[in-house]
Design a protein around this ligand. Structure first.
Ligand SMILES: [Zn+2]
Length: 222
């Protein structure tokens, strides 16, 4: 009986395949390490700043011209801490909207839809949401928002603005009944009571209608 005939040279391609799979494993390990590093960097960059405690409250000023007196108010169904600003003298249309504090513009665009309420057609079709709006990041997780502007904002995303710099004009775009400025101060993800010139506005809820008058101290330095 003859045994199996062999050449003496194993033809199994296994050593070869093992070489390839070793390279494949090395690539997979490299990819896995890269993914883990990317996730770690993303967590560090995105999440850590969000869970860090907020910095001290900036010395916000009323977002309207120095020396003017405006009525600050809210009404049931508004939202807690939201402030609507109306001038106590003169008409609201086109009045300058100023940055409450220095910062970087993070939003300058349209929220919802504009609608068609203009100085020429104040009872035109009502829009949705905030209309033309601006959001400013003041650092330390503090932000301010300015809604229902008349025209496209005068600032662009990424722009640094100084306290008192004009960012837009008062209008009635979006879901707005009459020309006014809807304004919010935010700490982290949350709206908070708006303070102006170091003093609380007193607008902390929307259970009842509430108004208060304040004079703007958003004055040029010096
Ligand atoms: Zn409002």
């Amino acid at each position: 009986m003859l045994g199996p005939v062999t050449t003496g040279h194993p033809t199994s391609p296994r050593p070869h395949r093992r070489g390839r799979s070793r390279r494949t494993r090395a690539v997979l390990v490299a990819v896995a390490v890269a993914v883990v590093l990317a996730v770690a960097v993303a967590v560090a960059v995105l999440v850590v700043p969000l869970v860090r405690p907020a910095g001290p409250r900036p010395l916000f000023q009323l977002p309207v011209a120095c020396g003017e007196t405006w009525q600050l108010g809210t009404y049931p169904g508004h939202d807690d801490y939201d402030v609507d600003l109306f001038p106590t003298e003169g008409r609201a249309w086109g009045r300058p909207v100023l940055a409450s504090y220095a910062g970087e513009v993070t939003v300058a665009g349209i929220n919802g839809s504009l609608g068609g309420r203009t100085p020429e057609d104040p009872d035109g079709p009502r829009g949705r949401g905030g209309g033309y709006w601006v959001k400013i990041d003041h650092g330390g997780r503090w932000e301010t928002q300015y809604l229902h502007l008349l025209e496209p904002p005068l600032v662009r995303v990424g722009q640094r603005v100084a306290q008192g710099e004009q960012i837009g004009r008062v209008g009635s775009t979006g879901n707005s009944g009459a020309p006014h400025l809807h304004y919010e101060q935010r700490r982290g993800w949350e709206k908070v009571e708006s303070y102006f010139d170091g003093a609380p506005s007193g607008i902390t809820h929307d259970d009842t209608e509430y108004t208060v008058r304040r004079e703007s101290n958003n004055c040029p330095p010096g």
